[in-house]
Design a binder for this molecule. Structure first.
Ligand code: CA2
Length: 151
């Protein structure tokens, strides 16, 4: 059975409670539920994990080696500066997709730069919660031999 790991970074546990104009009204629990429904339809497993701690996210990435077929990660604000998270993703040979709920390119200039993007298969930003599902679909297609546009 195919297995995917979805990682949610810092502050994403607050979803639904504040800044709905930026991040929407869905709670993280509702997003995770939507991903479980996707997993049921596909007959695969999706494990979800949220942490406000860089180290906890890195530990889960390390543990993903040989355990998961793909990783979907919204690194939250770590996107913009965590070399440690980037190194973990680069070190583990599991394909990963970076997801952002908001369109980071239409916001403050500091959000336009991601230190994570160079080490993942692709990036989805600005499409809200559906971005997570699209990321899983992309990883699924790659496992089916769909390949990716990158090198
Ligand atoms: O758009 C995204 O998904 C982000 O990764 C979200 C991060 C932000 O730092 C990135 O630049 C873009 C922040 C997540 C904070 O989530 C909140 C949710 C509700 C209320 C307050 C914060």
């Amino acid at each position: 059975m195919r297995k995917f790991l979805v990682l949610h970074g810092p502050n994403l546990n607050l979803l639904g409670s504040r800044e709905p104009e930026v991040y929407g009204r869905q709670t993280l629990e509702e997003i995770d539920h939507m991903l479980q429904e996707w997993a049921e339809q596909r007959g695969c497993r999706v494990d979800t994990f949220q942490s406000n701690s860089e180290g906890a996210l890195i530990d889960r990435i390390h543990e993903a080696r040989d355990r998961y077929d793909g990783i979907v990660i919204n690194p939250g604000a770590y996107t913009h500066y965590s070399i440690a998270l980037r190194d973990a993703l680069a070190a583990v040979p599991v394909p990963a997709v970076e997801v952002h709920l908001s369109n980071v390119h239409a916001r403050e200039p500091f959000r336009r730069h991601s230190v994570i993007s160079p080490v993942v298969r692709g990036v989805i930003a600005g499409l809200g919660p559906v971005g997570y599902r699209l990321a899983l679909e992309a990883l699924w297609a790659e496992l089916d031999g769909g390949g990716s546009a990158g090198a």
